[in-house]
Design a protein around this ligand. Sequence first.
Ligand SMILES: Cc1cc2nc3c(=O)[nH]c(=O)nc-3n(C[C@H](O)[C@H](O)[C@H](O)COP(=O)(O)OP(=O)(O)OC[C@H]3O[C@@H](n4cnc5c(N)ncnc54)[C@H](O)[C@@H]3O)c2cc1C
Length: 459
Amino acid sequence: MNLKSYDIIVLGGGPGGYVAAIKAAQLGGKVALIEKEVVGGICLNHGCIPTKTLLKNAKVYKTIKHASEYGIVLGGDVSFDWSLMLKRKDSVVRRLTTGVSGLLKKNGVDVISGFGKVLSATKVEVNGEVFETKNLILATGASPIIPPIPGLKEAYEHKIAVTSRELLAIKDAPKKLVIIGGGVIGVEFATIFSSLGSDVTIIEKLDGIIPMMDDDIRSQYQKILKREGIKIFVNAEVKAVKGNEVTYQIDGKDETVTADTILVSVGMRPNSAELEVLNLKMDRAAVVTDEHLETSVKGVYAIGDLNGKYMLAHVASAEGIVAAEYIMGKKDARMRYDRVPNAIYGSPEVASVGLTEKEVKEKGIAYKVSTFPLQASGKALADNEKDGFVKLIVSEKYKEILGAHILSYGASDLIAELGVTMTLEGTANEIAHTIHPHPTLSEIIMEAAHGAVDKPIHM
Ligand SMILES: Cc1cc2nc3c(=O)[nH]c(=O)nc-3n(C[C@H](O)[C@H](O)[C@H](O)COP(=O)(O)OP(=O)(O)OC[C@H]3O[C@@H](n4cnc5c(N)ncnc54)[C@H](O)[C@@H]3O)c2cc1C
C-alpha cells in the first residue's frame, strides 16, 4: 500500500506548529499539520488571546467606574454581564482560529484533524491512516501542572480548583478567588477578576511574584497590585486544600483562606508522554533540542512549550520558523534566546528584554542604570496613567543595551523598540538621538536613553 508522504509533518497546530507549517510550505515544502482540537493551540484558544480579551473587558469596566475622573457623569450603577464577556472572548478566538485555518489552506498545508500517534521518526498515524514524512516537527505544547498537594486533586475533580483553561470558560465570575502561584498567568487572572470586583488572594511560594522580572519592577508591581486590593502572600506554601479551604504555611504558621474558586497556576509540563517511542534525549518532561531545534534523533525537531525553554507563544513561533528554514535548506537558521521579550498584561503592564540587573551583576559586567518615570510623561498624564517607569541597563563603556525593563500601560508594545536596538547591537546613544514623536509614551524610552548617556531632559 502506498502511504501518503510529506517533506514535513508537523504534530500540533499551536503558534509553534502552525507557523512552522506555513513557513515550510512558503519555502516549497510539502507539508501536513496534524491537530486534535482547533488550530491556534493553547495560545489562541485557551491562553494569550482569551486572557487579553477579558483583560480589556475588565479594564473598560474599571475605567467606566472611574468615569468621573474624565469629567464623565454616569446615571445609575455600572454593572457587567460575565456571560457577555465570555461571548466576546469566544468570538475573538473564533475569528482568529478561522483566520489561521484560512492561512494554512492558502499556503497549501494539508490539515489533518485527529490525534497523531507517532509510530517512528518517519511515520505518524491519524484515525487509523498512516502518513509518511522525511522530517517530523513535534509541537505538542504543554499542560498545566496540578501539584501533589493533599486535597487538591479532589478539589479539581469537584471543580472548586481549576486551571486557567476552565477559568476562561467558568459560568460565573468567582466572588472569592484564591490563586496558587504568582507567575504571569496567576497575576493576569488576579488583575481580571479584581478589576471586576472579586476578592482575590495570591499565594506564592517564592519571595515575590513574577520571578522572571527585574527586582525593581517586581517590587513596584507587587505594591500596585496590593493597592488595587489584591492580597499577596509570598514565602507562603500551600499545604492542603479541603473543599473550598486553602491552608498555607507562612512564617512557620498555618493560615487558612476560603474561596469559591481556586486557580492552580504553578507552571506547565511539556506534553511529551505520547512521544516515548522516539526515545528522544529528555530533560525531565522537556525534549532536548539544539540551536536548530533538532532533537537527539536526526530529522525530528521539537519546538514551543514541548522543549520547555521559554513557554511563550512568540518563542514557539520563532522556533517554528527556524526549524522550517533549517529543514528547507537554510542551514544558518538558528535560535538566539538572549533577546526574548517577556510581557505581563495587566494594569499596568510589565515587559522586559535582555538581562535583569541581578544577572548583569552576576556576570560581572560594568554597567549603568537609567530610569525614567511615567509621572514625567505628558502623554501618560493625558491618558490618566501615572504608574510605572522604564529602566535601562547599559554597558558602562559603550552604553550598549544589556537589559530593558518597563512597568507601564502599553509596555508590551514599547519593548519591541528595545528588542530591535539589541538585535542591531545598538546603544543608548542611538535611542537618545532617534527622534521620537511627541507626545507619545515611547518618549519615556528616549528620555531613559538620554539618562544613560548623560541626563534626561524632562526630569
Ligand atoms: C492562560 C495562559 C495565558 C498565556 N498568555 C500568553 C501570552 O500572553 N503570551 C505568550 O507569549 N504566551 C502566553 N501563554 C503561553 C502560550 O500559550 C504557549 O507558550 C504557546 O501556546 C505554546 O505554543 P505551542 O505551539 O508550543 O503549543 P500549544 O499552543 O500548546 O499547541 C499545541 C497543540 O498541539 C495539539 N496536540 C498535542 N498533541 C497532539 C497530538 N498527539 N496530535 C494532534 N494534536 C496534538 C494540541 O491540541 C494543541 O493545539 C499563555 C498560556 C496560558 C495557559
